[in-house]
Design a protein around this ligand. Sequence first.
Ligand SMILES: C[S@@+](CC[C@H](N)C(=O)[O-])C[C@H]1O[C@@H](n2cnc3c(N)ncnc32)[C@H](O)[C@@H]1O
Length: 202
Amino acid sequence: MSSKSHWEKIYKEKSPQEVSWTQEIPTTSIEFFNDFKIQKDDPIIDVGCGESKFVDYLIDNGYKNISVLDISENAINNAKKRIGSRSEFINWIICDINEFEPEGNYVVWHDRAVFHFLTSQVEIDRYVRKVKLNTENFIIGAFSTFGPKKCSGLDITQYHEPSLKKLFVDQRFSLKRTENINHITPFGTTQNFIFCSFSSKK
Ligand SMILES: C[S@@+](CC[C@H](N)C(=O)[O-])C[C@H]1O[C@@H](n2cnc3c(N)ncnc32)[C@H](O)[C@@H]1O
């Protein structure tokens, strides 16, 4: 099964309460986002949004230039339905992140539990290059080296601060914040995530 058909099936057949990654409020993402103190019309992208309520937080707090990307059209349609008429102001992008060609630069690029699905060095390097070329600030949440080895039945790459730093820190990007977080799934199990944020040096 291709990655796209895997995700289309998940979002067709399962409710948010039936998938491990659901959060009622994406607290850590919001806290990391608020570190940046950006303008309300600065461009923001949530990559691999699924049905995350991070976008709801952005809308509720007056951000006006929001893009949301996912490989699954079903995920995007479910999110649009939940958000209702306010979804008209969002730039919805149905696309595989491996093929995504950003049209402009973002001030914040957020990724929770998407980058970790890239397991080949070619895909990882391509994603890192895209982030570095196309955003000023980057928030990444991925399964940590204390976390699960699979997500949604698929192999993932685990990360810790040194491995994320090795990929994302360079002459332009520095590490801003790191936290290990225990995510409690809707089934009551625990998944350890590493969250890091990176910012371009001014
Ligand atoms: C584990 S879920 C996390 C969803 C969301 N970020 C959250 O925190 O609730 C992974 C998401 O990434 C999307 N995804 C997986 N591979 C992708 C790819 N290659 N390109 C774009 N989206 C992808 C899936 O459709 C799914 O919505």
